[in-house]
Design a protein around this ligand. Structure first.
Ligand code: FES
Length: 119
């Protein structure tokens, strides 16, 4: 699912119409990492240089966010236990279907837009 959250939240850095479409110098490290952490698809990622890593506090909490008319977004490291016994480890952001129409349950596949899900 491509949400465009990076473009909407920090357009000086992320602009898919521009080449290069990412200009990291246009915002602080804190602003950029905060924006990337909101990416529901996990398409964006980053790593910290060792020197900068010493100044960053890593939050170990898991956050669940209900997106308007869209999936449940879970930020953080989680283990998913499927009904057939399989287990998966997910990190960063995992989008769970709330509309019931996804072909990839329990995950969102973007179908909520096609069916006009409201909630
Ligand atoms: S919420 Fe996205 S497909 Fe159901």
């Amino acid at each position: 699912m491509h949400s465009g959250i990076c473009f909407k939240g920090l357009p000086a850095v992320f602009d898919p119409r521009r080449r290069p479409w990412v200009i990291a110098e246009n915002a602080s490290t804190k602003e950029i990492t905060a924006q990337i952490n909101k990416c529901p698809s996990g398409a964006l990622s980053y790593y910290m240089n060792a020197e900068e890593n010493n100044n960053i506090k890593i939050e170990a909490e898991t956050i669940a966010e209900v997106s308007t008319n869209g999936p449940l977004l879970v930020y953080g490291n989680i283990k998913i236990k499927h009904s057939d016994g399989r287990e998966e480890i997910k990190n960063k952001v995992t989008a769970f279907c709330r509309c019931g129409q996804s072909s990839n349950k329990p995950y969102c596949d973007g179908t909520h837009r096609k069916v006009g899900f409201e909630g």
